[in-house]
Design a protein around this ligand. Structure first.
Ligand SMILES: O=C(O)CCC(=O)C(=O)O
Ligand SMILES: [Fe+2]
Length: 314
């Protein structure tokens, strides 16, 4: 097992340092589990507004339903997105059985799977950084423990169909998008998506948006701002967005995704990562970080995330 995790660490490090993202296959998260939560969110979105209102996102815990317009990354466009943020696994915090049957039964095991997968990746990164493998893991020990000590969140996302481009009188012209450009504020994000596409990234050093192909069944790993900061950008956090597909047919289809944001414990101070040289030759885009062991920012994760929430939530 140890050697498997070590190998995952090397591959993950190579992908994240050269490309900025990684695709995980054979991760053990069953496709049916994803489909089940996608369907549950569809059912939740079909509930009367009054019923949805009891589950609206709590700004302190970040748990709950975020309806379109509540969260904007790009103020110049209308972002069409429903999200159910899960930060506690208590059944009392989930849509009731008579409203969305089996929401809790589907969401909780999936959240456990993604938490466990994150634990493996944290150990793998520990190896890749030349640290005892428990170093990063122990700073993430409260993920989804429902105790308020860790901001990790599983978001189930539904992007509804978008009106045709030429619909409506000109004076009402609205530009739609699915998710405006941003980078994630966490350690890393795991993204499982359906086959609709639309996710784009700006690869490091480039100003061009590039679409992230859909590899069936793969889970995408994206470096978050905290990991970028701890590694002094040796692992950069890429800007990303989700655009509306072109063509009437594609626009008329909804898109589903589950994003798991792996965060450190609120009180964790990540020790300076005295990184060994990268195990592969650094690509030209990354100049050697001679100051790696000299310059370290100790960020209090809870402060960082509260600041970012204030910037994006209405
Ligand atoms: O829908 C996606 O693929 C990505 C969503 C995302 O980037 C986010 O919620 O932070
Ligand atoms: Fe994101």
């Amino acid at each position: 097992m140890k050697s498997v995790v070590r190998r995952i660490g090397q591959q993950l490090f190579t992908a994240l340092s050269t490309k900025g993202l990684a695709m995980l296959v054979n991760h053990g998260v069953a496709e049916e589990k994803l489909k089940a939560v996608y369907a549950d969110l569809d059912n939740f979105c079909a509930l009367p507004e009054g019923c949805q209102a009891q589950y609206l996102r709590n700004p302190i815990s970040n748990h709950g339903y975020v309806k379109p317009g509540m969260e904007q990354f790009d103020e110049t466009k209308k972002e069409l997105r429903h999200s159910f943020n899960i930060t506690t696994l208590s059944a009392a915090a989930m849509p009731a059985q008579e409203e969305v049957p089996e929401f809790t039964q589907h969401a909780v095991p999936l959240a456990h799977d993604l938490t466990n997968l994150s634990r493996v990746l944290l150990q793998a990164l520990g190896y890749a950084f030349g640290l005892p493998p428990s170093t990063l893991l122990s700073c993430h020990s409260h993920m989804l423990q429902s105790d308020g000590c860790n901001a990790s969140t599983m978001r189930i996302l539904y992007y509804p169909p978008v009106p045709p481009e030429d619909e409506g009188p000109c004076y009402e012209h609205v530009t739609y998008t699915r998710c405006g450009a941003h980078s994630d504020r966490c350690t890393f994000t795991l993204v499982a998506q359906d086959s609709e596409g639309g996710l784009e990234v700006k690869l490091n050093g480039s100003d061009k948006w590039q679409s992230v192909g859909h590899l069936p069944g793969a889970i995408l790993v994206q470096t978050g701002e905290l990991l970028a900061s701890w590694t002094t950008n040796l692992l950069p956090a890429l800007m990303h967005r989700v655009v509306v597909p072109s063509g009437t047919y594609a626009r008329a289809r909804g898109r589903h995704c589950v994003a798991f944001f792996c965060h450190p414990d609120n009180e964790a101070i990540i020790p300076p990562l005295a990184l060994r040289p990268a195990p592969v030759p650094a690509p030209p885009a990354f100049t050697p970080h001679t100051h790696l062991t000299l310059h370290h920012r100790l960020l209090n994760a809870a402060h960082h995330i509260q600041k970012r929430f204030r910037e994006t939530y209405a």
